[in-house]
Design a protein around this ligand. Structure first.
Ligand code: CP
Ligand code: NVA
Length: 316
């Protein structure tokens, strides 16, 4: 079955890039979550017929790499791991050349890199869909899985509140942007100096309009009070290893622990994109407690990306 036949909002995504959470409209984002839920439940099956996805990952990955690989296999396609260390990318072949050559071989590229500008450069030169598999600015595939997990817990997303406690990083940015599209209130709680990017905050508020609110607070309890999801991520992202000690000092008192969970809505779920440092940004108790949906969330990367690939590749 072609993705577009049962999900009309997704038809326009065929052949498009997914570089940011804002590359899909509110309606398309909701439709992707619906398709992901249907694929997960076995209510629909999509065979793309032997398509190929290339993975160019300049940073480590477990979940993103494996979930894209398995998602593509479930769609009847295959994945080629173009690790920069074993391809000419690592030797400095220009993006313009690599992107044009790979466009002749594979049907889509999922790229994990540092600068969002490099991802945009791939998208500019490639004639196939390019997917953001994490940059320093955004992690939009993660946000799809995260809101799928929240939708599974509460049914309707509109009007819910997600509290993100921690660094205003790539994961926070995509949660803000995608949350704004889906009508979810997003409250980011962080120490002074670790706020989300001001332009992303403004963009999120524009998208939210008067449907929901996107707030930044500087006190952990104020962030989580009454929230339906409590989310955190590492304090030092990949590429910030040198700042680890300074960040641990700055984030002292910001661990997502059982005391913070007790301040949230009694039905609240605990989320973490993983990998986690237990005892730093999240306590072992919060991670393993009855409120934790962290491993459902990790599983949902597979279903959300299967839906995304089906939409971008437009069905067989
Ligand atoms: N959450 C996430 O993207 O995990 P990986 O770095 O293992 O892909
Ligand atoms: N913010 C983290 C997310 C890892 C999945 C990083 O960029 O390292």
């Amino acid at each position: 079955m072609a993705a577009s036949s049962g999900y009309p909002a997704l038809a326009e995504l065929k052949g498009r890039d997914f570089l940011s959470s804002t590359d899909t409209t509110a309606e398309q984002t909701s439709a992707l979550l619906q398709l992901a839920a249907d694929l997960k439940a076995g209510r629909t099956h999509i065979d793309l017929g032997g398509r190929s996805l290339g993975l160019i990952f300049s940073k480590a990955s477990t979940r993103t790499r494996v979930s894209f690989t398995v998602a593509m296999a479930r769609l009847g396609g295959q994945t080629i791991d173009l690790n920069p260390q074993v391809s000419q990318v690592g030797r400095g072949e220009p993006v313009a050349d690599t992107a044009r050559v790979l466009s002749r071989y594979v049907d889509a590229l999922a790229i994990r890199t540092f600068a969002q500008e490099e991802l945009a450069e791939y998208a500019h030169w490639a004639s196939i869909p390019v997917i953001n598999a994490l940059t320093d600015l955004e992690h939009p595939c993660q946000a799809l899985a995260d809101y799928l997990t929240l939708q599974e817990a509460f049914g309707e997303l509109g009007g819910l509140t997600l509290a993100y406690v921690g660094d205003g990083n790539n994961v926070a940015h995509s949660l803000m942007l995608c949350g704004a599209l889906l009508g979810v209130n997003v409250r980011v709680g962080c120490p002074q100096g670790y706020e989300p990017d001001a332009a992303v905050l403004e963009q999120s508020r524009q998208l939210a309009g008067n449907r929901c609110s996107i707030d930044v607070v500087h006190e952990p309890v104020a962030a989580v009070r009454g929230a339906h999801a409590l989310y955190t991520d590492v304090w030092a992202s990949m590429g910030q290893e040198d700042e680890k000690a300074a960040r641990e000092a700055a984030f002292s008192g910001w661990c997502l622990n059982e005391e913070l969970v007790a301040e949230a809505d009694p039905r609240a779920i605990v989320l973490h994109c993983l990998p986690a440092y237990r005892g730093l940004e999240i306590s072992s108790g919060a991670m393993e407690g009855s409120s934790s949906s962290i491993f459902d969330q990790a599983e949902n990367r597979l279903h959300a990306q299967q839906a995304l690939l089906a939409a971008l590749l437009g069905g067989a």
